[in-house]
Write a protein that binds this ligand. Sequence first.
Ligand SMILES: Nc1ncnc2c1ncn2[C@@H]1O[C@H](COP(=O)(O)OP(=O)(O)O)[C@@H](O)[C@H]1O
Ligand SMILES: [Mg+2]
Length: 479
Amino acid sequence: MDDARRPPDDRFRLMVQGVLDYAIFMLDPEGRISSWSAGAERIKGWSAGEIIGQHFSVFYPPEDVAAGKPARELEIAVERGRLEDEGWRLRKDGTRFWANVVITALYDEHGQLQGFGKVTRDVTERRDAEVALRESEERFRLLVQGVLDYGIFMLDPEGRISSWNAGAERIKGWSAGEIIGQHFSVFYPPEDVAVGKPARELEIAVQQGRLEDEGWRVRKDGTRFWANVVITALFDEQGRLRGFGKVTRDMTERRNAEQALRERRRLVGHLVDAQEVERRRIAWDVHDESIQSMVAVGMRLQLLASRLPEPHAAAVAGLDESVQAAIGRLRALVSRLRPPELDRSGLVEAVSGYVDEVAGHWGLAHSVRDELTAEPSPEAAITVYRICQEALSNVHRHARATRVDVVLSTVDNGTRVRITDDGVGTTGEDAGAGHFGLVEMHERAEAAHGWLSVTGTPGGGTTVEFWLPMLPDVTGPES
Ligand SMILES: Nc1ncnc2c1ncn2[C@@H]1O[C@H](COP(=O)(O)OP(=O)(O)O)[C@@H](O)[C@H]1O
Ligand SMILES: [Mg+2]
């Protein structure tokens, strides 16, 4: 017999029997099980033969049975025609599952109660997921509540405060009880409120979804702090504005630190300038006075030597040689104080001249490679020269190296210099009191809006690398 010719009841029975996701069964008016589906067997574990005729209270945990829950559920189904419940139920093996249960009272055409239909679903997984979600929401709420570094709070669509965390209390001073319900414009200085800034910030957040701002905000005690503020508009699934999330950070300390750093760089810049001016002055003084007068002394000695008989002539000539040697040393001093090549022939010549002179003198193999495609400004050139001087003097004094190599190149619209030695290596860590060479190198590079790094491996040599922007008024990448 094919399906279409079966009696309708029979087809319905087959369908109920076939459903595996639901336990579908019937109870007689007293609550005894009178039919049982494949799904019921799968979910609860009893076979039809085992369970038919038993009272349905076997499905309930003892505490529910003791409280009379099964009988009460049937009563309610009779009263209202239907009852839905969620709760723990038992399987044959005694394990529990979270069940969604619908009990329907069944009447015949004379209004006589025939029994109950019962549909039970195992929703343990759904419940676990809901519990997990609730727990994670709760944990998230606790996290937000407990965060101290950020003020995190919510505004309703009109801008009134609707939640408040511990960080907000710490930063702004109000407790939740004091502030919830107030308008968030209390956080703004009067001049901002006067020009309508709070309302405008919410408008922008609605239009663009989000707004970030830095500026002065007011604490409960009236003092101001420098705040970084992010306002996020919160919409529900229907796209309706539900309010705003606001995260505020107190940046006063960072701002002070940045200002202190800027101030220090400005001072170092002045110091370095003053030092250069002073060196130049000393260089001219030494040149104009000491060297000139020694040259004059030398000429007189030569004149004198030509007029004196031997052995006096030889003695005076010896004196003259000493004077010439002293003049040579003074000229070298002058050129270190104020390298004339920097003015005359540019940076590379000056650095090469210096490296040749000192490294040659110390017996170090050396090279200077010129990859510059643009000449740095005079100020940058002096900084490069000075840092090279200090780095080379460190190679001489500390590295125990056999060679040193200098490369100058034009990179990122600035001048990059690398000074590499093959000595004992250094980490570039702070050497402590009395060692200012590395500190001064860093300060000089940073005062010129550039950077400097020292890298080294024990036994593997040291590299001092720095970069200075091309134009003195171009600010560095971090400012
Ligand atoms: N090229 C280098 N090779 C090995 N060590 C170095 C080198 N440059 C610097 N150092 C180490 O770093 C320390 C700090 O250098 P610096 O600040 O110039 O002070 P100073 O030269 O007066 O000691 C040095 O004492 C040395 O230990
Ligand atoms: Mg040094």
